[in-house]
Design a protein around this ligand. Sequence first.
Ligand SMILES: [Cu+2]
Length: 180
Amino acid sequence: MSQLQSSVGFLFATLLATTPVAAADSDHSEHHHHHHHHEHIDYSKEFAAAQPAQNILVEQCWIRLMPANVPSAGYFSLTNNQKEPIELLAARTNNFELTMLHLTYEEEGMAKMKETAGITIDAGQRLNFEPGGYHVMFEEPTTMPKVGEEMDLELLFDEAQKITTTCRVNSAKARSYDDE
Ligand SMILES: [Cu+2]
């Protein structure tokens, strides 16, 4: 049993969702399995019922792919060209069992993580998901993507709207869409 595996039970038992990680630079390499999985809401019915969104743009989606036993992260830019605020509720992919909306933030010089229930983007605004901020977190791979391939990602919004986008799969050392 690796040190990571043996520490998981301890982490689950003792840590809250906002767990300090070692380096502000990195969202995910130190970001082991310390989420509150039981708080995760199942949106599969809402995904199935949702219709394609109009006037919401998802651009430059990329995945920072980590080894299978470590969470991977997804980033993109989201533009709300609708006349009302929109709320991003959830994300899903066929490649990972567990997909969460996550926010990295800094507190007392430490980078921390938390799961966010919904992310509002005002009319006419763009929100960039990027290292050190909002990201989609992927765990429990069912089909592990490969660097250089593409991975589909579905985003669910309020008002029963959804978007499917295609993400570039980049390596663990990537820090941007163009940084393979
Ligand atoms: Cu995260």
